[in-house]
Design a protein around this ligand. Structure first.
Ligand code: 2IT
Length: 447
């Protein structure tokens, strides 16, 4: 029988041939919600899919700034306001040289379903600029952030659009952005999340994504009657997500034995534990974005320049770096290593064919939309804290985060049962995420 989703996938291919990342996520999501489309023809008939595939709005603007030598530069800034059925647009800002509308549309599209899975009142959005923060001075970063938000502030607000950080945008950048926003609007509000705790930021927001990933992994292992205790783990990246993930894994008795950066990977059989996890912060603060210095500082560790860590044998793999980090050849290595569990920390770190290969070979795959939703969930707690003019304790935050992650895995299990998907958690997450958005869109009429 012809699939309903094929027409939509074909249309996106024709209309946006130069946005392969967007097409990749559309293909993955639509293919997996096919059983829902078959069961609910009203979603197709009422134009929900047509509308879901088109951002409500894309704002594109010039970001002029001057470097420390007085030389002028112009970057391109964007905000993709994808879907506001569930609440104000919510999603991070990414500063990276490869940012263009196709990347932000992929991230914004994923964000719709991720935010839906959290159960919180947040729509989906994403933004950023094709600006490379590597090697820039602090003053340059500040001038760039100020120029960026001098345009962006017109389109955001606590009930309108609430950006946070993503790759290249951390607490420092959000601070500069918020400072200039406040100067422009005279409002001290919760528009931006990921702020410092002195500025209305949420305790634990920095660790939240990584902690959430590990809570999700714990639930996934529990599904198989297994635990994290004593498991060896390979991760990629050493940013905030990897940092929080490594910390929580250690707390729950697992051990990270390898991690990677753009320059290669580190193998540390003794375990990346304690002060070694915190050394991720020094690596990042060095401004060089490389992991090689780890092996000099901790002599038990070995550095493999130019290589990816997926050939290292472990019980659990958690890519925490970038999109499309894990290709088919890496999936083959992971399967050959005899691994049973794979949880996505970064957004869309695995190509569609690699995910398929892992699943076909008996690896349980926890998809990013579900596994890394703890970050945005805590951003929403930050919005809530700001709106109430109160401060949540770290205990409040981590308890809420844990509850949200447990609930996300439960929604996936329920969707898998309802649609007879076995342990296809990728499809279960897409279906559960879609369900809430589709119902909200239907209820709001044809807008
Ligand atoms: O990919 C993500 O979920 C994020 N970068 C966090 C978004 C947010 O608004 O906290």
């Amino acid at each position: 029988m012809a699939r309903i989703c094929d027409r939509f996938i074909e249309e996106v291919k024709q209309r946006y041939p130069y946005e392969p990342e967007f097409l990749q996520t559309v293909e993955e999501v639509l293919t997996s919600i096919e059983p829902v489309l078959q069961a609910h023809p009203e979603y197709v008939e009422s134009g929900i899919i047509d509308r879901l595939l088109e951002p409500e709005r894309i704002i594109s603007f010039r970001v002029p700034w001057v470097d420390d030598q007085g030389k002028p530069h112009v970057n391109r800034g964007y905000r993709v306001q994808f879907n506001s059925a569930l609440g104000p647009y919510k999603g991070g800002l990414r500063f990276a040289p490869n940012v263009y509308p196709g990347i932000l549309k992929f991230l914004g599209f994923e964000q719709i379903f991720k935010n839906s899975l959290t159960g919180l009142p947040i729509g989906g959005g994403k933004g950023g600029a094709d600006f490379d923060p590597n090697g820039k001075s602090d003053a340059e970063i500040m001038r760039f952030c100020q120029s960026f938000v001098t345009e962006l502030y017109k389109y955001v607000g606590p009930n309108e659009d609430d950006p946070a950080g993503d790759l290249g945008v951390g607490g420092r950048e959000i601070g500069y952005i918020m400072g200039q926003y406040k100067r422009l609007t005279n409002q001290y509000d919760g528009t931006f999340s990921g702020k410092g705790t002195e500025n209305g930021g949420l305790a634990g927001r920095t660790e939240a994504t990584g902690y959430g990933i590990v809570f999700f992994a714990r639930e996934m292992l529990k599904h198989y009657g297994d635990t994290l205790e004593g498991k060896t783990v390979v991760i990629s990246g050493f940013g905030n997500v990897a940092w929080g993930t490594a910390q929580k894994l250690e707390q729950l008795g697992a051990k990270v034995i390898a991690f990677s950066g753009p320059d290669g990977y580190i193998l540390d059989e003794d375990g990346v534990l304690g002060e070694k996890v915190d050394y991720f912060l020094d690596l990042r603060n060095s401004g060089k974005n490389i992991c090689a210095p780890y092996a000099e500082k901790f002599p038990g560790a070995k550095f493999f320049p130019g290589e990816k860590p997926w050939g290292v044998k472990a019980d659990l793999y958690i890519p925490c770096a970038m999109q499309n980090d894990v290709h088919l050849e890496h999936a083959k290595q992971i399967v050959a290593n005899g691994c049973k569990y794979y949880v996505e920390g970064a957004n869309m770190p695995t190509t569609n064919e690699a995910v398929e290969y892992l699943q076909k070979h008996g690896v349980a795959v926890g998809p990013a939309k579900a596994a890394n939703a703890g970050g945005v969930a805590c951003s929403c707690l930050e919005m809530s804290q700001n709106a109430q003019h109160i401060v949540f304790t770290p205990e409040d935050v981590f308890a809420q985060l844990e509850g949200i992650m447990v609930n996300i895995f439960k929604q996936i299990e329920d969707a898998c049962k309802q649609y007879d998907l076995g342990d296809n958690f990728v499809a279960g997450a897409n279906i559960a995420g879609f369900d809430r958005v589709a119902k909200a869109m239907k209820w709001q009429g044809f807008v």
